[in-house]
Ligand binder design. Structure first.
Ligand SMILES: CCCCCCCCCCCCCCCC(=O)OC(CO)CO
Length: 289
C-alpha cells in the first residue's frame, strides 16, 4: 500500500435509502484548490486495488481517489444504483469542483454515463476500454458472458482463473500458484454478490447502452479514450464507435495490451492520463479561472 502512497479510507453514507452503507476508497494526496481531483473507477468484479499500479506513477501533488463500487471490494450495504451512489460519494467528500473521472471497462461505461447525467461534476473523462453497445460490437467472450457463462470473468477454479487471466491480459501469471490460490479464494467470497451485479447489468443496463451513450455527443468535457489492441472482451472496434460519437475525443491504442489495461500498461496509462491533463483546454481554463 505504502508503495503507491495511498491511504485506505471509509465513508459512511447512511441516508434513508442506504442505512449503514459505506464506501471504501484509496486516497493519495489531498484536494488542490482550483485543480481537478483524479477519481478512478474499476471494472466489473474488480476493486480499488486495480489502480495502484497506475496511481503509483502519478506524481505527488495530484489528488487521487480510487473507489470500491457498490457490490465490490470493501464497500458495503448499498441498495441504490451505481450512478446515484457515486454522486452521493462526491457530495459527501465535498468534491464540488469538477473532477477528472477515469474508468476502466464497466467502470468506463459508468464514468461515461456519470458525465452525461451529472455534467457539472466533471471536466475531463478518461475511458479505458468501456463496454461497447449491442450485438454489432459484441465479442464472442461478451456474448458467452451474456448467455450466462460467467467463469470467463468470475473464475471458480484455479484452472478457470489461469484461463481468465490469459483471455484478459497479456501478462504471464502462471508464476506463483500459491498467490493465485490466495487471490482466487478471496474472490470466491464475493462470487454470489458479483453474479448478482452481472445479472442485473445484463438485464437492466446492457440493453440500453446505445441509448445511454447517445447523450455523450452533448458532452462539454474533454474525453480521452484508451484501448488495448489485443482486447478480447470489449471489441477494439468500440474505440471507433466512441470516437464517432465524440469527435473531439483523443484516442490512444496500446500495443501488446489486452482488456486489463491497468494490469498490462500501468505506467503508460498514468503518463497518458497526466499528459492529457496538461493539454490546454478552453473548457477547463474557463472553469477554473
Ligand atoms: C450504471 C451501470 C452501467 C453499467 C453498464 C455496463 C453494462 C455492461 C454489462 C456487463 C458487461 C460485463 C463486462 C465487464 C467487463 C469488465 O468490467 O471487465 C473487468 C474484468 O472482469 C475489468 O476489470
Amino acid at each position: 500500500m505504502r508503495r503507491a502512497g495511498v491511504k485506505k479510507r471509509f465513508l459512511l453514507i447512511g441516508d434513508d435509502n442506504n442505512e449503514g452503507a459505506t464506501f471504501c476508497y484509496y486516497e493519495k494526496g489531498s484536494k488542490v484548490p482550483h485543480e481537478p481531483s483524479f477519481i478512478f473507477i474499476h471494472g466489473f468484479s474488480s476493486d480499488k486495488y486495480a489502480w495502484l499500479g497506475v496511481i503509483k506513477e502519478i506524481p505527488y501533488g495530484f489528488h487521487c481517489i480510487a473507489i470500491d463500487l457498490p457490490g465490490h471490494g470493501e464497500s458495503v450495504g448499498f441498495n441504490e444504483e451505481q450512478l446515484i451512489a457515486v454522486n452521493v460519494f462526491f457530495d459527501k467528500l465535498n468534491l464540488t469542483e469538477p473532477i477528472y473521472l477515469v474508468g476502466c471497462s464497466m467502470g468506463g461505461s459508468i464514468a461515461a454515463m456519470f458525465a452525461t447525467k451529472y455534467p457539472s461534476y466533471v471536466c475531463m473523462i478518461c475511458l479505458l476500454a468501456p463496454v461497447p453497445p449491442g450485438e454489432e460490437y459484441e465479442t464472442e467472450l461478451l456474448s458467452q458472458l451474456r448467455s450466462g457463462v460467467y467463469h470467463i470473468v468470475l473464475p471458480e477454479t484455479l484452472k478457470q482463473f489461469y484461463a481468465a487471466a490469459k483471455l484478459l491480459s497479456m501478462k504471464k501469471v502462471h508464476a506463483n500458484r500459491l498467490l493465485a490460490r490466495i487471490y482466487l479464494k478471496s474472490r470466491l467470497s464475493m462470487l454470489d454478490q458479483h453474479k448478482k451485479v452481472l445479472k442485473s447489468a445484463f438485464e437492466n443496463d446492457y440493453p440500453n447502452l446505445e441509448q445511454s451513450y447517445a447523450e455523450l455527443k452533448n458532452l462539454a468535457c474533454s474525453v480521452l479514450i484508451i484501448w488495448g489492441r489485443q482486447d478480447q472482451l470489449c471489441s477494439v472496434d468500440g474505440a471507433n464507435y466512441f470516437s464517432n460519437l465524440i469527435p473531439d475525443a483523443k484516442l490512444i491504442f496500446f500495443d501488446d495490451c489486452g482488456h486489463l489495461i491497468t494490469t498490462d500498461k500501468p505506467t503508460q496509462t498514468a503518463s497518458i492520463i497526466i499528459k492529457f491533463w496538461e493539454t490546454p483546454s478552453t473548457y477547463r481554463t474557463n472553469l477554473y479561472n
